[in-house]
Design a protein around this ligand. Structure first.
Ligand code: AMP
Ligand code: ZN
Length: 114
């Protein structure tokens, strides 16, 4: 989608610090990190929100989480743990409308979230 910030990162027209990449997804470091490690895992194909996922996206969603977990393992973050967050629309706190999994790690997280 031409006016989407994360589609522009996928296309390379806006720079980002890449963490990992394959044919279907991209992991890059959040510009305003909320933890020592804060990576956003996105599908390369534009999906607006969790509400817009369809049955055809079931495997893609699994791929995003498996990619996040693989990155956490390679960074030595898996045993201590981490948080994966997907915000949806206004009450969820979504500000960029291209589906993304936040991978937050490197410090203890609190609960409940704000
Ligand atoms: P959300 O509020 O769940 O939609 O998360 C959007 C995230 O994108 C926020 O954590 C922002 O800090 C992050 N973000 C916004 N612009 C950029 C950018 N150009 N590069 C990397 N992360 C970004
Ligand atoms: Zn997009």
């Amino acid at each position: 989608m031409s006016d989407c910030l994360f589609c522009k990162i996928v296309a390379g027209t806006i720079p980002a610090k890449k963490a990992f990449e394959d044919d279907e997804c991209l992991g890059f470091f959040d510009i305003h990190p909320q933890a020592p490690t804060h990576v956003l895992v996105i599908p390369k194909r534009h999906v607006r929100t969790v509400n817009d996922l369809t049955i055809e996206d079931e495997r893609l969603l699994g791929h995003l989480f498996l990619s996040a977990a693989r990155f956490a393992k390679t960074q030595g973050l898996a045993d201590s743990g981490y948080r994966c967050v997907v915000n949806c629309n206004a009450h969820g706190g979504q500000t960029v409308f291209h589906l993304h999994v936040h991978l937050l790690a490197g410090r203890p997280m609190t609960w409940p979230p704000g």
